[in-house]
Design a protein around this ligand. Structure first.
Ligand code: A3P
Length: 287
């Protein structure tokens, strides 16, 4: 399967098109009551969908146990998601997800009061997770080898483009739009504290029992066992979970089991060079 390319971003023609991306960028209307879950792939998108669903329902599990996550917060840049989000004029907030880099995001966003939660993950763990996902998802090219995938990651020749540009672009917006930056590592370290901070950002007051419910239903185990969150219901043939489960390991630091010392050092050099203008300090011990 060949990827398409739109303004330096690779995309899969199975899920989107140049026409859709152009229309999304120029015509789509972001509203002040939108809440958008933005990530580079494999950074914790589905985890955030689950957390947001449960916060917005006050800890009630009805939606998260009966509706698949991609229907609750669809990816706006996909054929299915674009149509669904446009049709939804009722929900307040209207919630959806996106992997788009900032330079392709709808222009209307920059004049809106929409809220964005941007989840960032240690890039070496993103790379490992992405490598496994590319082997099991039909929309992605099968990686030739881990080394080849690493080189593609450096060049941004993966679906949704460069991780480096994505993170630089979105974090640079932090004082210009209503953006909350969360890291996968913070979620791992202190899920409850992270949920409380997200509630504060959203202006939602949840009581103790509701927060407990959000936390209990968004642990790795709980999501792995929930067919509405583990993609076991995704369209037949799109994800081959026998090759690698979607809810694969759910830890930080798995990169240490995959990178050689040389690959890791090479990554550090590329990171240093490409991320020198990063305006946010992340707590990754090695970068
Ligand atoms: P791994 O492949 O490292 O296990 P995305 O939703 O952006 O595609 O990201 C998927 C990654 O997030 C996978 O990482 C998946 O296991 C992890 N993940 C999803 N839910 C999680 C949770 N509740 N706790 C920890 N990790 C989670």
């Amino acid at each position: 399967m060949e990827y398409g390319c739109y303004k330096k971003m690779y995309f899969s023609p199975l899920i989107t098109s140049v026409e859709l991306l152009t229309s999304l960028e120029n015509e789509f209307q972001i509203t002040d009551y939108d809440l958008i879950n933005v990530t580079y792939p494999k950074s914790g998108t589905s985890w955030m969908i689950e957390i947001l669903t449960l916060i917005l329902s006050g800890g009630d599990t009805h939606l998260s146990r009966t509706v698949p996550n991609w229907k609750r917060m669809p990816w706006v840049e996909t054929f299915e998601g674009y149509w669904k989000v446009q049709k939804n004029e009722c929900d307040n907030p209207r919630t959806f997800s996106s992997h788009l880099p900032i330079h392709l995001f709808p222009k209307s966003f920059f004049k809106s009061k929409a809220k964005v939660i941007y989840t960032v993950r240690h890039p070496k763990d993103v790379l490992v997770s992405f490598y496994y996902f590319s082997r099991m998802a039909i929309y992605f090219k099968d990686p030739e080898s881990f080394e080849q995938f690493l080189q593609d990651f450096f060049k941004g020749e993966l679906l949704y483009g460069s991780w480096f540009d994505h993170v630089l672009g979105w974090t640079a917006m932090k004082d210009q739009v209503d953006l909350f930056i969360m890291t996968y590592e913070e979620l791992i370290k202190d899920l409850r504290g992270s949920v409380v901070r997200i509630c504060d950002f959203l202006g939602r007051k949840l009581d103790e029992a509701a927060i407990n419910s959000v936390v209990e239903n968004t642990t790795f185990k709980s999501m792995k066992d929930n067919s509405m969150a583990n993609y076991s219901l995704s369209l037949k043939g799109t994800l081959d979970q026998k090759k690698s489960p979607f809810m694969r390991k759910g830890i930080s630091g798995d990169w240490k089991n995959h990178f050689t010392v040389e690959q890791s050092e090479r990554f550090d050099l590329v990171f240093k060079e490409k991320m020198k203008d990063l305006c946010v300090k992340f707590s990754w011990e090695d970068l």
